[in-house]
Design a protein around this ligand. Structure first.
Ligand SMILES: Cc1ncc(COP(=O)(O)O)c(C=O)c1O
Length: 450
């Protein structure tokens, strides 16, 4: 056990743990509280969160005490500290401490200061942000790019700007919350289709077009789904959109930079560069910063989204440092060094998936920087996540609303700078944590020493 981690230093009383409610329940129970007290009615959720926090089962509020490196120091909400193997950061290409990226950040800080001091339409742009639009446009072979302060802002802003009340959004069941919330804000006509299922997509498109030829349809999917590590058939999806006079939007937040020829992601892998209607993404994974973008071939779409997607016009532009970092990351991503980083990343991914399989654990999807390990029940997952933290292995334990209830998983995120040894160590520790969690739960309500 890590000496600085105290929560489970004493044998946890499983009866007490169970009685606290920390092992049961999901956020689904709390998202629509009733009552006239707008503020007061938030308290039942917080009571549950506090019970989980008291028992070290609230995995959401940990903080890094340094850079997101493969070995990292992390502080939990209660002050417990752990230094361990980090499979919980999404710096896929390990660019956050890359010398060229650091130098670009420091140069921008020196020349521009830290503040963009305005939205992009009100003097918030810099030479770097304009060059960044160009770099993304070249990477994706799309003519125009709009920048946003976050990937969330890009998803939400694109949908809010382009989709009108009478239009339709057809969205993959596992699409990211930013896309789903953007869709729901834009229209009530949101149809969810089965994950990656082209028949389900065709059915939805044909049903909508049968009833409504007057309004638009936006089909929304992702290049790489982060909770399942899988990708849609983009060629077939775009062809279906063309057939039914619909528009395709692909969110490439997780694959752009990290995968595909020259870092072009699933779109590049599937030879669809420049052939998808709308591409949006985030700089928060492989580009070592924050920010997001929408790419299009149409100047009219670009200008419309800038004006009517609130998150571009009414939110401060990327800071000069963020713009410079992403710009430098783009040039690494497109270079020979970028190829080598992707090779190293995928070697580590292969090693981790291989080790997890040897341990009898089930990884979902295809090889990508995201390795989701299916656990299932929330109680096993929460307890195993806490044990792993105590044993100095950092992973993201994921549950509803990010994934369905009873389909909890450990989402491991691999970086280029990980080693095969770290992969082996983490897989063994994960196996042991799951086994220990299961036997602790079975032995309840007796006291269970670690
Ligand atoms: C698929 C997807 N889209 C959009 C976003 C939002 O990106 P950002 O973190 O830049 O706000 C994320 C981030 O988790 C994501 O996974």
């Amino acid at each position: 056990m890590n000496p600085t981690s105290a929560l489970f230093a004493e044998p946890p009383m499983m009866g007490e743990l169970r009685a606290s409610g920390a092992l049961t329940g999901t956020t689904a129970q709390f998202d629509t509280p009733r009552g006239s007290g707008l503020l007061e009615r938030t308290s039942s959720f917080n009571d549950w969160r506090e019970a989980r926090t008291r028992h070290g089962m609230w995995q959401y509020a940990r903080s890094l005490e340094g850079a997101p490196l493969p070995i990292a120091s992390v502080c939990a909400e209660n002050g417990d500290k752990v230094r361990g193997i980090n499979f919980a950061s999404q710096d896929y290409l390990s660019l956050s401490m890359h010398p060229g990226v650091m130098e670009a950040a420091m140069r921008a800080l020196r020349d521009y200061g830290p503040h963009s001091a305005g939205s992009p339409v009100l003097l918030g742009n810099t030479r770097m942000s304009l060059a960044l639009e160009q770099a993304i446009s070249e990477l994706l072979q799309m003519d125009h790019v709009v920048l946003f302060p976050t990937g969330w802002g890009a998803a939400f802003g694109a949908l809010a700007a382009l989709v009108r009340r009478d239009d339709h959004v057809v969205i993959d069941a596992l699409a990211h919350m930013s896309l789903r919330q953007g869709a729901t804000v834009a229209t009530e006509n949101v149809v969810t289709v089965k994950h990656l299922n082209l028949e389900s997509l065709r059915d939805a498109l044909s049903r909508i077009r049968h009833q409504d030829t007057a309004n638009a349809i936006l089909v929304v999917t992702e290049g790489l789904f982060s909770m399942d590590s899988d990708s849609p058939d983009l060629t077939a999806s775009q062809a279906l959109c063309n057939e039914y006079n619909a528009t395709l939007l692909v969110d490439v937040a997780h694959d752009l930079g990290a995968m595909g020829p020259g870092g072009t992601g699933a779109i590049g892998t599937q030879s669809m560069l420049g052939r998808v209607d709308l591409v949006m993404g985030s700089f928060s994974k492989s580009f070592a910063s924050n920010g997001g973008f929408l790419a299009t071939h149409s100047m009219a779409v670009k200008q419309f989204v800038k004006m009517f997607g609130g998150t571009h016009m009414f939110s401060n532009a990327l800071s000069p440092v963020q713009a410079a970092v992403v710009l430098e990351a783009c040039s690494v991503i497109a270079s020979r060094e970028g190829d080598e980083l992707r090779e190293s990343l995928m070697r580590n991914v292969g090693a981790l998936r291989g080790e997890l399989a040897c341990e009898g654990l089930r990884c979902l999807g295809d090889p990508s920087p995201l390795v989701p390990v299916l656990i299932g029940p929330e109680d096993v997952s929460r307890l195993a996540g806490r044990l792993l933290f105590d044993r100095s292995v950092l992973v993201n334990q994921v549950e509803f609303p990010a994934v369905p209830i009873q389909a909890s998983r450990m989402r491991m995120q691999v970086m280029a700078d990980h080693t095969e040894r770290q992969a082996r160590h983490a897989a063994r520790k994960l196996r042991k944590a799951v086994d220990d969690a299961q036997s602790m739960l079975q032995s309840a309500p007796a006291a269970c020493p670690l």
